[in-house]
Design a binder for this molecule. Structure first.
Ligand code: SF4
Length: 393
């Protein structure tokens, strides 16, 4: 590593200025190529310890696969389905209520509500299904599902693609935070041959608009990058800087997920190599250097490397882990047991705690009623008290 880059990392780790865009591209390029990645990881871990302490969080969740019908086609996705196809899902209100009861019985905290992108815009079947039940669209139905989950004592967190302002405002009454992956800020990946060619909702300009709207509404958002889908190091850095810019604008980005691409059989990207452990760790570490105080997550069921390496890269969250439901987006990758995650985290000298879908520092944005519900089951640090979440796995 050049003396200049060493100085940049030392300054960042010491609380000084972070790297410029070009310096960041250089750092990532070297680390991803296996040259001096240790220095980047060490700086990131030091910053994590200073900013976040030695606590790593997770969210004990149930995954509500509300609908996997979707108007878009991403070249890596096996989640989406067609009406009538095996595995096609529109989860009825009774099923939602039943899963909410089960989840509450398993002491889950989060109800993760997931839907494909506006299926009613592509499929008459979806329009009819929603209309027969009195809903004008998926977003309105998600409000109903969220209310049902809340009634069982769960805390909803909705991930339903590009929502309109009014839809987000309606969801915010029950959802203390929402999720929307930026995935990438590179318009190149929406071009010919790119993974988002058939997915207008993944146009970075469209995603950025929704993320900005959420900021204007004061709604905490979990966003993130999908790594290894064809971006180069400069585009990965630009995506991190785009998220940093969003957060600088309204302060509402509560968490950044660094998710590694895994190729799936039957998709146009089935033969593409997965994102490697070294690249994932380098991007996560760079995210920590560029956004020292941000909550950073890598999903443990998708890890290409070890827990230890992920923790060394400066993350402070494992995201949602369910003792009850599969990861419907990546069903081939089972969730680890919470006890195992806790042990592996402890082996790295860190302490695992259960959090709400909204982070403590953003909980003040939630409506009063939601805040009161959280306070009733929170510990002194604003995380979920052990008596609320410990239980059957
Ligand atoms: S990744 Fe999301 S938006 Fe893309 S096809 Fe799958 S469900 Fe639709």
């Amino acid at each position: 590593m050049s003396l200049l880059r060493q100085e940049v990392l030392e300054a960042a780790a010491g609380g000084g200025r972070g790297p410029s865009r070009d310096e960041a591209v250089g750092l990532l390029g070297e680390a991803a190529a296996g040259r001096d990645g240790g220095a980047l990881l060490a700086a990131a871990a030091r910053i994590r310890d200073a900013e976040k302490g030695r606590t790593v969080t997770f969210s004990k969740k149930a995954f509500f696969n509300v609908t996997n019908l979707c108007r878009d086609y991403c070249a890596y996705c096996t989640y989406r389905s067609e009406p009538g196809a095996a595995g096609g899902a529109m989860m009825g209100p009774g099923e939602v209520a039943a899963l909410a009861r089960l989840a509450a019985g398993s002491r889950c905290v989060e109800a993760l509500m997931v839907a494909g992108e506006r299926p009613e815009e592509r499929y008459a079947e979806a329009r009819a299904w929603l209309g027969e039940r009195g809903f004008s669209g998926t977003a309105e139905y998600l409000v109903h599902c969220s209310e049902a989950a809340l009634a069982e004592g769960l805390f909803p967190h909705t991930n339903a693609g590009n929502l309109e302002r009014g839809e987000m405002r309606d969801l915010a009454a029950t959802n203390a935070s929402i999720g929307l992956m930026l995935e990438t800020s590179s318009p190149r990946l929406s071009g010919e041959g790119g993974p988002h060619r058939m997915a207008p909702s993944k146009d970075p300009a469209a995603r950025m608009r929704v993320l900005r709207d959420a900021g204007d509404l004061g709604i905490p958002v979990t966003t993130g990058l999908l790594l290894g889908i064809g971006e180069d190091c400069a585009e990965a850095v630009d995506s991190l800087l785009a998220v940093r810019g969003l957060h600088a604008r309204r302060g509402n980005i509560q968490e950044v997920i660094l998710q590694n691409f895994r190729p799936k059989p039957g998709t146009p990207m089935r033969s593409r190599p997965p994102a490697g452990a070294r690249y994932l760790a380098a991007v996560a570490a760079l995210a920590r250097v560029l956004m020292p105080g941000m909550n950073l997550q890598v999903p443990p069921n998708l890890l290409p490397g070890s827990y230890h390496e992920a923790l060394r890269s400066g993350i402070n969250d494992w995201g949602g882990i369910s003792p009850l439901t599969p990861d419907h987006v990546n069903p081939e990758f089972a969730w680890p047991r919470i006890r195992d995650v806790e042990e592996r985290t402890a082996r790295a000298g860190l302490r695992l705690k259960c959090r709400f879908p909204v982070y403590p520092e953003h909980a003040g944005s939630a409506p009063r009623a939601l805040r009161d519900r959280m306070r009733a089951v929170a510990d002194g640090e604003g995380h979920v008290a052990e008596r609320r979440w410990r239980g059957p796995e």
